[in-house]
Design a protein. Structure first.
Length: 123
């Protein structure tokens, strides 16, 4: 029964937020706020094409950052309770680290991070 209340409350909240968002955005468009609907809200005209193509390396580095950021999120709680973790919990975290290390080695070998790697900058 509590799940039904929770799910119904969630759907009602989503509908309320969507309606409020639609009303606020429609009000801004009717008032004619041209600065708000411009590509840049600073008031300057764009200097070039606003739909520039980005190098795929940018996205690969962003994905790598997210992956290793999540690694920290999962490993930090484990490190704080290391004394209370069972034998199984210890090996589960070791397997997690091994899988992440294999993924990092694969990314490095495939050349995804060679253009921005600190090892490539030679003085």
């Amino acid at each position: 029964m509590t799940y039904l209340v929770y799910i119904s409350f969630t759907f009602i909240l989503i509908l309320i937020l969507l309606v409020v968002n639609y009303l606020i955005s429609a009000t801004n468009l009717i008032n004619g706020d041209s600065e708000k609907v411009s590509p840049y809200e600073c008031g300057f005209e764009p200097l070039g094409d606003t739909r520039q193509k980005f190098d795929i390396t940018f996205y690969l580095i962003a994905i790598l950052f997210i992956i290793f950021d999540l690694e920290v999120v999962f490993i930090l709680p484990f490190a704080t309770v290391l004394q209370e973790v069972s034998f199984l919990g210890y090996w589960v975290s070791i397997i997690f680290l091994v899988v992440l290390t294999i993924g990092f080695i694969y990314e490095y070998i495939s050349g995804a991070i060679t253009s921005t790697s600190i090892f490539d900058h030679r003085s």
